[in-house]
Write a protein that binds this ligand. Structure first.
Ligand SMILES: O=C(O)CCC(=O)C(=O)O
Length: 254
């Protein structure tokens, strides 16, 4: 991995595609532990940490939040040099590991991810953070790969509004970008897409017959940033309010 080149692309475009970030054995180990986590850990954790997609009588996990807090394997992965060194190189700073989240778009029922900036959720000043989105399946436009707005990390944080989407509570309502800057990012299982916390990104629905679109998102903040506690409290209140209108079963029952 040429970290200097990756940082140049990250700084210029707000995201970068790292091909073959995980080797076959690492990918298999993570997939195996994800399945173990769903069976052993999910039944024990609080309901807000597990979100489901529900449609046509089918209910499947769509997101698992803060996995590093409830499980040693994911905790070790979060602080491992594999992911942390990439985050450090891209931000050009020491980093604090914040969160590991699992995202799935189950086949046929996985809904779109609204366009958003992670930084709107993080509420940091300055907004210096990175998400390493590591694909656990091959992803393309049919099963809902990520898309980015190239260069949008230079625009600062834009006002979001409640989206009503389970797990992505805030979104950008209008398309306030140029079509030529939209980059769709198909990836292979084991690849990593790294995006800056101010980069606008989104994903389509999973329209495939039987292909899951699983990933892990590793979030790291720069050590030189601070959370704006007032803004964060407003964000949390909005999430809590929206949870009341989530469909029955979208969160795990205790
Ligand atoms: O997986 C997705 O659809 C969205 C992921 C995302 O928004 C993120 O990792 O910041």
């Amino acid at each position: 991995m040429d970290l200097i080149k990756l940082k140049q692309t990250f700084d210029a475009e707000g995201f970068v595609h790292v091909k073959g970030f995980l080797d076959k054995a690492q990918l298999e180990e993570i997939r195996k532990n994800l399945e173990r986590y769903k069976i052993e850990v999910v039944p024990k954790i609080e309901s807000t940490l597990v979100m489901y997609e529900i449609r046509n009588g089918i209910r499947e996990i769509k997101q698992l939040v803060s996995m590093e807090k409830s499980d040693d394997f994911f905790h070790e992965l979060h602080i491992s040099s594999k992911t942390k060194d990439l985050a450090k190189a891209l931000l050009g700073d020491d980093v604090i590991p914040m969160d590991i989240e699992h995202f799935d778009k189950p086949p046929q029922i996985g809904t779109p991810t609204p366009p958003h900036q992670d930084g709107y959720y993080f509420c940091l000043t300055p907004n210096e953070a990175v998400t390493l989105w590591v694909a656990l399946d091959d992803c393309d436009e049919e099963n809902g790969c990520l898309g980015y707005i190239k260069g949008s990390h230079k625009r600062g944080i834009i006002e979001h509004s409640p989206s009503g989407v389970v797990g992505f509570s805030q979104g950008l309502k209008k398309e306030i970008w140029n079509k030529k800057d939209v980059v769709s990012c198909p990836v292979k299982a084991g690849d990593c897409l790294a995006h800056h916390s101010v980069t606008i990104h989104f994903a389509g629905a999973n329209r495939s017959e039987n292909r899951h679109r699983r990933s892990l998102g590793f979030t790291y903040y720069s050590v030189h940033t601070k959370r704006d506690e007032e803004a964060f409290a407003r964000y949390k209140a909005s999430v809590a309010e929206q949870r009341k209108s989530y469909p029955e079963g979208a969160l795990k029952t205790a």
